[in-house]
Design a protein around this ligand. Structure first.
Ligand SMILES: Cc1ncc(C[n+]2csc(CCOP(=O)(O)OP(=O)(O)O)c2C)c(N)n1
Ligand SMILES: [Mg+2]
Length: 544
């Protein structure tokens, strides 16, 4: 069997249902021969983003796989892999490599060398008989420990060579680690002793599917819960103990509770310093639970720490906390939930004029508020893009089911959201999958709307077109005044139609809801839809 066919067989055994890629890479043809659906994108970055979403919305049960050609394909893929690395997403990247006689000779691009710092595992296969070993190593790495991209570079002549008979492959196991029981007891004691604990959940809760345990712990402790952007939807935000998610823009209740916390318990999170996450107030006592020890004491000093899978960690904590509370409630539920309710009501009242504004150009807040009240939120998977759309949606969107919001942004590549929505739709075809983006973002990856049409991946794309990079207005005053440097333009409803999708431009507040309903109906018929809302150059966002 040729090495390319062996790779395809291994992907099959690993449960890979679709291979996303861009030619030339012999693995694509071999995958099709093995009845793995091949999806060809318009540029590599979006394909990687799609693979990324497959892993995210299945909690890593299905690993997204992407294959591209040596040279230009690998050079052009860098952003997609770097984004997955930044946000800790487990994907398998299968670049072709130059033929072995030219491999590693300048100026030929070496994936093995160049991707070292944006993967957790990178290998170059130089012998066809090594393919099963390399794939076993890669899948074992991607399914275990901290989720991150892995890469196996497969030179074209290796892929075309025969692998001797007798090769074998067993799917890699997914193993979990549990924290030190002594440390669990210490954290449980600290959580119970704390007067104003706050739980901060990251995406480790999603990968461990520890949603039930998170909720149980919160209810047992009568403690409020917030999440990182990546962890958003790990806790239902309509729950009376929810503070909403953290991000660059945050709610008043979240700010208030963090400022007044006497212990912050991070579960399945990195606590990484970032402009796109809520900063932990200085000097707070922190208990940090994560599966990656390299995150402990990195950005925030942790007084207490637990290393392990988020579900096993929470299971162990629940036992300890139960024992210590002896079944008795703590008696603070009413006070805590009343405080949250009041602060949330004040905050929403402050924002309500923006959320319901009746002016043209449209308030982006009105568009997103109407969207949330028109779609079936529990059966929707929504993602933001970089820039203002992220800061406009993330504090106000209230996910009620796990993995119904793909939050992101340790690094913030404009145009990421489209591929995420497409990958989510592939993994969860019964959900409405939505990406919300600005007119700068569509400039990066918009052509892949054609992929959605051609491959029948019926997503809903919500474009906030303000003919501007509004988020840059404040810092590019002179360039804007002299050279119009933040202006951009386009008619994206027509663009969507030209690519074979549904496109509609919406200018009036009264048209928003009806347009959303028409577009959702189109997606149900199998047609991707793009709604282009003409919005104001808004620069306000919720800083509590
Ligand atoms: C690839 C990339 N380059 C640059 C940036 C920096 N950046 C962040 S948001 C933004 C402009 C966003 O404009 P738009 O999407 O139209 O949103 P608006 O602020 O106008 O609502 C830029 C240039 C980025 N995030 N990604
Ligand atoms: Mg814009």
């Amino acid at each position: 069997m040729k090495a390319a066919a062996v790779v395809a067989q291994i992907l099959k055994r690993e449960g890979v249902q679709c291979l996303i890629g861009y030619p030339v890479n012999h693995v694509i043809e071999a995958a099709a021969e093995a009845d793995i659906r091949t999806i060809i994108v318009r540029q590599e970055r979006t394909g990687l983003h799609m693979a990324d979403a497959i892993s995210r919305v299945t909690s890593g049960d299905r690993i997204g796989v992407f294959a591209m050609q040596h040279g230009p394909g690998t050079e052009n893929s860098f952003g997609g892999v770097a984004q997955a690395f930044g946000d800790s997403v487990p994907i398998v990247v299968l670049p072709g490599g130059y033929p072995r006689r030219l491999l590693n000779i300048p100026p030929n691009f070496s994936s093995f060398l160049n991707y070292q710092h944006v993967t957790k595992w990178a290998e170059q296969v130089v012998l066809p008989e090594s393919v099963p070993d390399a794939m076993r190593r890669a899948f074992t790495q991607v399914k275990n420990g901290r989720p991150r991209p892995v890469l196996v570079e497969l030179p074209v002549d290796v892929l075309a060579a025969e692998v001797p008979d007798g090769w074998a492959y067993t799917p890699a196991p997914r193993l979990r680690t549990a924290p030190d029981p002594k440390a669990v007891a210490e954290v449980a004691a600290a959580l119970i002793a704390a007067e104003r604990p706050v739980i901060y959940a990251g995406q480790g809760v999603h990968y461990a599917k520890a949603w039930r345990q998170l909720r149980e712990l919160a209810e047992l402790l009568e403690a409020p819960v917030t999440t990182s952007l990546q962890g958003k939807s790990a806790f239902p935000e309509n729950h009376p103990l929810s503070l909403g998610s953290g991000g660059r823009s945050i709610s008043q209740q979240l700010h208030h509770f963090l400022q007044n916390a006497d212990l912050i318990f991070g579960i399945g999170c990195s606590f990484a310093s970032t402009n796109y996450g809520v900063a932990m107030p200085k000097g707070k006592r922190i208990a940090h639970a994560t599966l990656d020890p390299t995150d402990i004491n990195k950005d925030v000093p942790a007084e207490l720490a637990l290393i392990g899978d988020a579900a096993l960690t929470l299971d162990a904590l629940l036992v300890e906390v139960h024992d210590r509370l002896k079944g008795g409630p703590r008696g603070r539920l009413t006070a805590v939930t009343q405080e949250i309710k009041q602060l949330k009501a004040d905050w929403l009242a402050k924002w309500m004029p923006r959320l319901t504004q009746d002016t043209t150009p449209l308030s982006p807040y009105r568009v997103l508020w109407d969207l949330m009240h028109t779609v079936d939120v529990a059966n929707t998977i929504i993602t933001h893009d970089a820039g203002s759309p992220r800061d406009q949606i993330s504090p106000f969107w209230e996910p009620v089911t796990p993995l119904s919001y793909i939050g992101w942004g340790k690094t913030t590549q404009l145009g990421y959201g489209l591929g995420l929505a497409m990958g989510a739709k592939l993994a969860a075809p019964d959900k409405l999958c939505v990406n919300v983006w600005g007119d700068a973002a569509i400039g990066f990856t918009g052509m892949d709307f054609e992929t959605a049409v051609r491959e029948r991946i019926p997503i809903l794309s919500v474009l906030l077109n303000n003919f501007s990079m509004a988020i840059e207005l404040k810092i590019m005053k002179t360039a804007t005044e002299k050279y119009r440097s933040t202006d951009i333009s386009g008619n994206y409803a027509e663009f969507a139609k030209a690519l074979g999708g549904w496109g509609e431009r919406v200018t009036e507040p009264g048209q928003i809801v009806a347009a959303i309903k028409r577009a959702v109906a189109k997606t149900r018929e199998g047609t991707p839809a793009l709604l282009e809302f003409i919005t104001e150059k808004a620069v306000d966002f919720s800083i509590f």
